[in-house]
Design a protein around this ligand. Structure first.
Ligand code: HEC
Length: 109
């Protein structure tokens, strides 16, 4: 039991010292194409409400085919949630949230 606590503490520390702590480290590829497959993230976490094509609308989910929300605001909706939509910031890292937000832009008709 003690071992588990120590391990999770170490994991937390390692995470805290991760790439997100260096604001202007210059090592983060900001403009580069995301390494994460946004489509995969979407199919794992988002289809239950938004559907494969973004237009399912379960639990009042917005239609992502007609959404005019800019990608920066999508990132914040995905990270922090809104009404019936659950926040994803504890589930997905920044990179994944960005990738999936960009993927939702491609669903637009
Ligand atoms: C539990 C169901 C649910 C899940 C899962 C879910 N959403 Fe949503 N989503 C919603 C609801 C409901 C809204 C509308 C919120 C409101 O009424 O303000 C919404 C709104 C949005 C919006 C804002 C659209 C707009 O035009 O304002 C975006 C973008 C979005 N979701 C993307 C995603 C992504 C990407 C995922 C997967 C990481 C996801 N959602 C997972 C239910 C969900």
């Amino acid at each position: 039991m003690k071992k588990i606590i120590v391990l999770s503490l170490l994991a937390t520390l390692a995470f805290a010292c991760g790439p997100s702590s260096s604001d202007k480290g210059g090592s983060e590829p900001s403009a580069a194409a995301p390494k994460v497959d946004g489509e995969k993230v979407y199919k794992t976490y988002c289809v239950t409400c938004h559907g494969l094509y973004g237009d399912m609308g379960a639990s009042g989910a917005f239609n992502l085919q007609t959404s005019a929300l800019p990608v920066e605001e999508r990132i914040s909706v995905i990270a922090n949630g809104r009404k019936a939509m659950t926040p994803f910031k504890d589930l997905l890292n920044e990179e994944k949230i960005k990738a999936v937000a960009e993927y939702t832009m491609t669903l637009k008709k």
